[in-house]
Design a protein around this ligand. Structure first.
Ligand code: IMP
Length: 195
């Protein structure tokens, strides 16, 4: 079994990714398992840049094959913002709710057909003999009011195309089968299977 380091401290992410990778010959570790692991400053201007930066630093520090992700909500009417700034859209230390409120405010008066958006996840994989990124995308629309209690982040405002419920009105299992992160993880699994 080859060790694979996930460059995150987020326990929920680790569990979701472990689930996707079960069946592959990797022992999944996270930064929580590495004493004095890297604390990457996520200051790249793109999702790709931040994902690569996190995976490169994790690999440099540990020598283990490393994987990192970065996700953003890209809203057409806002020129694809907040994108890479999704976590701090309403300012440093903003809560998920603050960010949702700000999004509703910025889109006030924007008609339904112009509320198109996409979630995009980029996953970077970096090792001694491999470096690359994959992306998973889900298109949909932004609601005019919060709907649903599940999930996190912008879930109560996003309805994926082909569905009538928001991400936050789906069970976690349901969201995880169709989400942007799941799509990126499927591609990451293909790469990891070939290494
Ligand atoms: P991260 O790169 O996974 O940390 O995501 C950055 C930000 O994007 C988070 O703080 C959330 O605001 C938002 N986000 C990421 N994934 C999701 C999701 O699946 N649903 C809703 N919001 C998300």
């Amino acid at each position: 079994m080859t060790p694979l380091l996930l460059a995150t401290n987020n326990k929920h992410k680790v569990e979701e990714i472990r689930h996707f990778l079960s069946g592959l010959p990797y022992v999944v570790r996270s930064l929580a398992d590495i004493p004095n692991g890297p604390v990457t400053v996520e200051d790249a201007p793109t999702l790709e840049g931040n994902a690569l930066k996190k995976a490169r630093e994790a690999f440099a520090e540990s020598g283990m094959l490393s994987m990192a992700d970065d996700t953003g909500l890209e809203v057409q009417a806002l020129g694809m913002r907040p994108g890479v700034y999704s976590a701090r859209y309403a300012g440093e230390g903003a809560t998920y709710h603050d960010n949702c409120v700000k999004l509703l405010e910025e889109l006030q008066g924007v008609p339904e057909e112009k509320r198109r958006a996409q979630f995009r996840t980029v996953i970077a994989i970096v090792g001694r003999e491999f470096e690359g990124t994959v992306e998973g995308k889900v298109e949909g629309m932004i609601l005019t009011a919060l709907r649903g209690e599940q999930g996190f982040g912008y879930d109560p405002l996003f309805v994926p195309d082909g569905h009538s419920r928001s991400y936050a009105e789906m069970t976690i299992g349901e969201k995880n089968t169709l989400s942007h992160r799941a799509r990126a993880l499927e591609k990451a699994v293909t790469i990891l299977s070939s290494l």
